[in-house]
Design a protein around this ligand. Structure first.
Ligand code: NAD
Length: 497
């Protein structure tokens, strides 16, 4: 067996006693790089119990001490930035620069968590009635859980546990079984930053482990990021068991290209946003909607996309890496074939893509479709591969109607030189994250990650102020201190007197 991935339970890195092990593989070679345990029921219990026990003292820890833990943690993450990116590249196949970006966008959330004192300030109003004051506090919930996807193994765990723990909660993380080494290193560094035992647990596994967590009576809140079907299962099951749930799901993100946009900017941005990370980003642009005369640029876009090639993580000339596993490649190839069979024109076909020296890699070349109709599976499904679809419409109004008709609402962008068009678009589009001449508008952590509709189930989103609300209860105190007042007798009404 290759190196056994440990779990973090009550401050100790432990090797699971399970008999069920999964292989973690290098997606460029299929070589096994580690063995991943599926935690036993008893180990899941231990993890939750450790988090529950640690909560008793952590919830009483002064806010500035909680903030100082995050300050030490963000410094350590920066110190280990390249090392983390290397681990991440090797297990996901992401190019090194893209892996550094994955780690960096997580570090930014830890920086945000350092502001927990001002973020969790409540509200006060003096004299809500004569000599009566009212004020509110944020108090932590207890044990929170995070279930994360493969495509951002640094950023997405860091969306969750630093914010939850800064708020005074304790945490159990169940990272993706496909790339657990990055989250384990994140957890180790968190211990090195001085986190008390039990604040963060990391346990491994798949559906069985998740399902045990979803119904566990000692868990208060669940954060999930992943595919739509699993998000629906998590949201329904978690809320049916009276837990607070935020579930971030799949996407189909459109970029609108107006004829007054700068052509070269459109082409450069579309290439990066569509095939970057092999299209395995929930905010990737997978549909470009060309309005009016901008459709003439499709030829130059095709030439630009054709120049991008995938390659190994340390190949500096590679535009992106392999898909995460052979099944993911098979699914993308199948969808491309379905698009061709349904009559779309595949002007760039990446199905038969080889990378010298890596015959077993899950490679798919940049793929571009025109003549796409909205009933085709390439349009209705999230492809999650380096595949861009082109749709053409005559007006901005048509583009808005088309996008609003799509069930997903994660991200979108418009490229234009017109303030009026951009204003109309940002106002009318039913998508939660809008870029104006910015192709992948992932908000920085002082805002929140606000996907809408089928891309998100819940109400409070990740990071920003919304994460503090998600991971806290509000307690509102109404207080009166008697001086020498003589009570005028019982107050028999609901009003404050
Ligand atoms: P996934 O849904 O297969 O897995 C996500 C997590 O759920 C993993 O930890 C996995 O072990 C667990 N899981 C899988 N099947 C389960 C089941 N049946 N029951 C319980 N738990 C289960 O997702 P993935 O393939 O790892 O990630 C890609 C997906 O995530 C894409 O759809 C992408 O759009 C989405 N995503 C969304 C966002 C967002 O913010 N909206 C961000 C990143 C990724």
């Amino acid at each position: 067996m290759t190196q056994q991935v440990p779990m973090l339970i009550n401050g100790e890195m432990v090797i699971s006693r399970t008999t069920q092990w999964l292989a973690v593989t290098d997606p460029a070679t299929q070589n096994e790089i580690a063995s991943l345990p599926c935690a036993t029921q008893a180990e899941v219990e231990q993890a939750v119990a450790a988090a529950k026990a640690a909560f008793v003292s952590w919830k009483e820890t002064p806010v500035s001490e909680r903030a100082r833990l995050m300050l030490r943690y963000q410094a350590l993450l920066k110190e280990h930035h390249d090392e983390l990116a290397t681990i991440l590249s090797k297990e996901t196949g992401k190019t090194f620069e893209d892996a550094k970006g994955d780690v960096w966008r997580g570090i930014e959330v830890v920086e945000h968590a350092c502001n927990i004192a001002s973020l969790s300030m409540g509200e006060t109003v003096e004299n809500v009635a004569r000599k009566v004051d009212c004020y509110s506090y944020s108090q932590p919930l207890g044990v929170c859980v995070g279930i994360t996807p493969f495509n951002f193994p640094a950023m997405i765990p860091l969306w969750m546990f630093p914010m939850a723990i800064a708020c005074g909660n304790t945490f159990v993380l169940k990272p993706s079984e496909q790339d657990p080494l990055t989250p384990m290193r994140l957890a180790e560094l968190f211990q090195d930053a001085g986190a008390p035992a039990g604040l963060l647990q990391v346990i491994h596994g798949t559906k069985e482990v998740v399902d045990q967590l979803l119904v566990h009576p000692d868990i208060e809140a669940i954060s999930f990021v992943g595919s739509v079907a699993v998000a629906e299962h998590i949201y329904k099951t978690g809320t049916a068991h009276m837990k607070r749930v935020q579930a971030f799901a799949g996407a189909k993100n459109h970029m609108v290209v107006m004829p007054d946009a700068q052509k070269q900017q459109v082409i450069n941005n579309l290439v990066g946003a569509s095939v970057g990370a092999a299209g395995q980003r929930c905010m990737a642009i997978s549909v470009a909607v060309f309005v009016g005369e901008s459709r003439q640029w499709v030829g130059e876009l095709t030439e630009a996309l054709a120049k991008v090639r995938p390659g190994a993580w340390d190949d500096k000339a590679a535009g992106y890496g392999p898909l995460i596993n052979p099944q993911a490649k098979q699914r993308v190839v199948q969808l491309i074939t379905e698009g061709i069979d349904a009559g779309a024109e595949c002007v760039l076909d990446g199905r038969d893509c080889q990378v010298a020296g890596f015959p077993e890699g899950n490679w798919v070349g940049p793929t571009l479709f025109t003549k796409v109709t909205r009933d085709m599976s390439i349009y209705t499904e999230e492809i999650f591969g380096p595949v861009l679809l082109i749709l053409e419409v005559d007006t901005l109004e048509e583009a808005i109607a088309l996008i609003n008709d799509n069930p997903y609402g994660n991200g979108t962008s418009i490229f234009t030189a017109s303030g009026a068009a951009a204003r109309k678009y940002q106002h009318e589009i039913k998508v939660g994250q809008v870029g104006i001449n910015v192709p992948v508008p992932v908000p920085l952590p002082f805002f929140s990650f606000t996907g809408w509709r089928k891309s998100f189930y819940g109400d409070q989103h990740a990071y920003g102020k919304q994460a503090v609300r998600f991971y806290s209860e509000t307690k509102t105190v109404t207080a009166r201190w008697f001086e020498d007042d003589i009570a005028a007798g019982p107050n028999m009404t609901i009003t404050l007197k």
